[in-house]
Design a protein around this ligand. Structure first.
Ligand code: SAM
Length: 442
């Protein structure tokens, strides 16, 4: 496949995200297959697509003075992805980026459009882009400089201060390192690292998570170690949740929002096949993913079931669990490095309704938890309303529940907790933004 179609594929993905609000990661995988993108070109396609999406607002700020009138959506995306290459990708010569943009414009549009695309990009090549120093308002400056909507920067600045907000926004632009969890019920970390080396993948032990490894070179998803169920692709912050739950072999565990099973399988690994994890998810089709993951990892103690977690007590009025995990549906504002589309799609009012669902799920969990049992609430967001806000409302409604210091976590991580709640920021140790709170039933 020539690079020309690679840019067409990138344009196709960006247009689909605008039209259908679809997830960038799913669209990318689909486009790689649809356009038959070679392994070699996949890296560049990912970089152009994610990079353009990540920096959309900055690119628009740069383009604005050069656009005489409103342009169609696809033309804007074409200009964005071409400018992205010109500014941020040293390995793509500017003239190549411009030439390919003009060819795509000719093919998809008409002569007028290709002439305009050529004119805009060549003018930028000659004159350069304007400086961001013209922006005096600090919130607007962070918003444009790091491509995060103004309402979000304002909200974060009110919650965490400007400096922390800026750090987080900047960190969100950097692609994450691939990490994996070793299935330590079957193999050790050093054995897996050796095994991966044989397959051309360079990895090292995580300094944060005992079962984690960090990949320096290569892709673990295609290795024998992955297929044989010795590792799972998972972010380090996400791995911390099962440690906080602290399941012990022989116990009965409920994972209420479980698909695709990243944490379910981690919990099951820590049970060493003694005890059971019941994994619920609202969507039937997602239960299949949990089963596939458990089978690949050769775990026999996972049972998946489609159910609205809020109806748990009606379905299982007599069942009591030792520990329950509510890894709740959330805004995902902690994983913007992986899913940049989220920052443009979310609205501030969405956050309030999420907090309500999160409380309802926690409320249902209490009814099925043994006395003295542990309940862990986690999200992959950094939003105060969904995190501390949900926890405080839950505690006010449930005097029988007590917030406890996060146990089972590596010391350096536990030290980040404030008021017994752990908010991890993407800039803390390069993991996803995550929140973990642990409760005991009195
Ligand atoms: C953050 S994701 C879970 C990720 C999962 N714990 C993992 O580590 O792989 C939240 C999940 O909650 C599910 N969900 C949403 N509402 C639910 C409900 N009312 N009851 C059960 N599951 C729900 C979603 O389908 C989604 O799969």
């Amino acid at each position: 496949m020539s690079k020309f179609s690679l840019r067409e594929a990138a344009l196709h993905i960006l247009d689909q995200i605008d039209k259908n609000q679809s997830y960038s990661n799913l669209l990318l995988n689909h486009a790689i297959q649809k356009f038959n993108i070679s392994k070699k070109d996949t890296g560049l396609l990912t970089e152009i697509t994610y990079g353009t999406l990540q920096r959309k607002m900055t690119l628009d700020y740069y383009l604005e003075p050069f656009l005489k009138k409103k342009v169609e959506g696809w033309v804007r995306n074409l200009l964005r992805l071409s400018l992205y290459q010109m500014i941020y990708l040293d390995r793509v010569p500017e003239r190549a980026a411009i030439h390919e943009a003009v060819e795509i414009a000719k093919k998809k549009g008409h002569k007028g459009i290709s002439g305009m695309v050529n004119g805009v990009l060549r003018s930028i090549q000659r004159q350069g882009v304007r400086t961001l120093d013209e922006i005096s308002d600090p919130v607007i400056k962070i918003s444009i400089e790091t491509s995060h909507p103004e309402w979000l920067v304002k909200r974060w600045a009110a919650h965490f201060g400007l400096e922390k907000t800026k750090e987080m926004c900047e960190r969100n632009l950097i692609a994450p390192v691939q990490t994996a969890r070793v299935n330590t019920s079957r193999i050790s970390r050093s054995e897996v690292i050796d095994m991966l080396k044989q397959e051309g993948v360079e990895a090292s032990e995580s300094t944060i998570v005992p079962a984690g490894i960090r990949v320096k070179k290569g892709n673990i998803a295609h290795t024998g170690a992955y297929k044989e169920g010795y590792i799972s692709v998972q972010d380090e912050s996400s791995m911390l949740v099962a440690y906080a739950l602290g399941a012990v072999p022989g116990e009965s565990i409920l994972d209420m929002c479980a698909a695709p099973g990243g944490k379910t399988t981690h919990i099951a690994e820590s049970l060493n096949n003694e005890g059971e994890v019941l994994a619920l998810d609202l969507h039937e089709h997602k239960i299949k993913l949990i089963k596939e993951n458990a089978d690949r990892l050769k775990l026999e103690n996972v049972k998946g079931e489609a159910m609205d977690g809020r109806k748990l007590n009606e379905h299982y009025p007599d069942r009591q669990f030792d520990r329950i995990l509510v890894d709740a549906p959330c805004s995902g504002l902690g994983v913007l490095r992986r899913k940049p589309d989220i920052k443009y799609a979310k609205r501030e009012q969405d956050l309030e309704s999420l907090s309500r669902i999160q409380q309802e799920l926690l409320h249902a969990a209490v009814g099925s938890l043994k006395k003295g049992g542990t309940l862990v609430y986690s999200t992959c967001t950094v939003d105060k309303e969904e995190n501390e806000g949900t926890v405080n409302k839950f505690l006010a409604d449930h005097p029988e529940m007590e917030l406890t210091a996060p146990a089972g976590l590596p010391e350096s991580i536990a030290a980040l907790a404030e008021n017994n709640m752990l908010q991890i920021f993407p800039q803390d140790f390069d993991g996803d933004g995550f929140f973990i709170a642990s409760f005991k039933k009195k």
